[in-house]
Design a protein around this ligand. Structure first.
Ligand SMILES: Cc1cc2nc3c(=O)[nH]c(=O)nc-3n(C[C@H](O)[C@H](O)[C@H](O)COP(=O)(O)OP(=O)(O)OC[C@H]3O[C@@H](n4cnc5c(N)ncnc54)[C@H](O)[C@@H]3O)c2cc1C
Length: 444
């Protein structure tokens, strides 16, 4: 709870919304992300500039107030959950600051919605490739703070590849400019890398300059049905050797059922155990496809096909699910998938597997079976996840492919993460956030 004096000081810096001005539902919404982990923020701050963010952080250091940076709150790791801290929302900082058609790049405030940046890039005749189902709500700052991936990583990589420069207010209250507006700048290590994926524990990203790509030419899209995960991987190898893939996404029959129940859309062209959506830039080469396949014939057809993949997360969230976002080296993926399926059967739970398989990234969702109590489901999910993380550690994969650590994976990160990484992160935290006011309890 803020004191009257603190309310006055903060209110003099920026717009402050107090819990008593909000309904219970509004406060709960400001205090959580897509994990729906419960929170109850001490207040919501809505700064409009880097300087206002700096004044807030400087005051928070003096008054010993903890801050949770808040983007679009579409995160799946609990990183933006505020238990009793102050939420610092970047939603009023969504301005386009400058365009550079030569680099090419866009310089924006970090609260810009991802889809708006994609549109700005398009207006300039370029393309911003970071894209996923939550792009209409997530913010650029949140994307950078989670090193977001999405459906085009197979071709373009994660957002890290597009960060040219950042403006950050560190937890210590200093304005730090990282990177550069020129492409080549070897004046020591690039400090942007420290803040990419830092989930708000070191400081607040207030502005970003993001590089853009040439717009892809017309694309071809194939919807493919294959009998097993081995065939999915075989298809990936074949297509990669013939064409320049823009996306290669897969999902199993359980994921498909979930979307069909949610959206009431028809069966796809074939019944199968696994499906793949592959998209590539049309270069005139027609790849050899030795499986059931449907090639989209119009942009409307492509959109309709993508719906089967894009709606999976949302359709699953209608039920109680436990999400696992993991990476497995591709040569071990078939083995991993078979082993976790067998473990799920032993535990009498259902799993739905889908994801960005071209990047080795699977989303393994544990679904609560009818008749399981909350406690039974929690225990079964924990046993399943423990087993899965053990395999991932043995196979040299990652327990968080793209969603981050937040609160949800903190213990698992400490148990299964790279030895020494947590200690190095704590040392970095002491440098950039000496009083520990930034996003306490997240990652480390
Ligand atoms: C339907 C759906 C599909 C998704 N698909 C994908 C996908 O394909 N790939 C993927 O990578 N993710 C995906 N996500 C997860 C999520 O959208 C991403 O993690 C996204 O990057 C989060 O952005 P956000 O603005 O919502 O961040 P938030 O959830 O608000 O915050 C995430 C973390 O970043 C911190 N943060 C936010 N803004 C700042 C800032 N300006 N400065 C410092 N720290 C900050 C927060 O404190 C928190 O720790 C999906 C989510 C949904 C709901």
């Amino acid at each position: 709870m803020l004191t009257e004096g603190q309310k006055k000081q903060l209110g003099a810096i920026t717009r402050l919304i107090l819990p008593e001005e909000l309904s219970k539902a509004e406060l709960a919404d400001w205090s959580t992300d897509r994990t729906r982990l419960p929170g109850s923020a001490a207040g919501i701050l809505l700064p409009e500039s880097t300087e206002q963010v700096q004044s807030i952080i400087q005051y928070a250091n003096q008054a010993n107030l903890a801050i949770v940076p808040s983007g679009g709150r579409t995160g799946y790791a609990g990183g933006a959950v505020a238990r009793d801290e102050l939420v610092l929302s970047l939603s009023k900082m969504d301005r386009l600051i400058a365009k550079d058609a030569h680099l090419p790049a866009l310089h924006v405030q970090s609260g810009m919605i991802t889809a708006h940046l994609q549109k700005e890039a398009e207006k300039m005749g370029f393309y911003f490739p970071v894209d996923f189902a939550s792009s209409g709500s997530s913010q650029i700052g949140g994307n950078i703070a989670t090193n977001a991936g999405g459906i085009h990583v197979v071709r373009y990589g994660m957002i890290r590849n597009y960060v040219q420069a950042l403006t950050v207010v560190t937890g210590g209250g200093q304005i730090l400019k990282t990177g550069s507006t020129v492409r080549k700048d070897n004046t020591g290590p690039d400090l942007s890398q420290v803040f990419i994926g830092s989930e708000g524990i070191l400081g607040i990203i207030t502005e970003a300059t993001l590089r853009l790509e040439r717009k892809p030419r017309d694309t071809q899209l194939a919807f493919l049905a294959v009998p097993d995960i081995g065939s999915v991987l075989e298809l990936l190898r074949t297509l990669r050797s013939q064409i320049d893939l823009l996306a290669f996404e897969c999902f199993d029959a359980r994921s498909l059922r979930s979307v069909q129940e949610h959206l009431n859309i028809p069966d796809p062209f074939a019944k199968s155990a696994w499906y793949v959506i592959a998209e590539w830039e049309d270069s005139g080469t027609v790849p050899e496809l030795d499986c059931d396949a449907q090639i989209a014939v119009s942009s409307e057809h492509k959109k309709r096909t993508w719906k089967y993949r894009e709606a999976i997360s949302e359709s699953l969230s209608m039920r109680t699910v436990y999400k696992n976002d993991v990476s497995i080296p591709l040569p071990r993926m078939e083995e991993y998938t078979n082993l976790v399926r067998a473990r799920a059967a032993e535990l009498k739970i259902e799993i739905a597997i889908f994801g960005h398989v071209g990047d080795g990234n699977l989303h393994v969702n544990v679904i609560a079976p009818d008749g399981f109590s909350k406690e039974e489901f929690r225990l079964a999910s924990e046993r399943f996840t423990d087993y899965s993380y053990g395999l991932i550690e043995d196979m040299a994969g990652s327990i968080s492919a793209e969603h981050g650590i937040g609160i949800l994976k903190r213990e698992a990160f400490l148990k299964h993460g790279t030895p020494g990484k947590a200690a190095s992160l704590l040392a970095l935290k002491r440098v950039f956030d000496p009083n520990g006011i930034m996003n306490p309890g997240k990652i480390v």
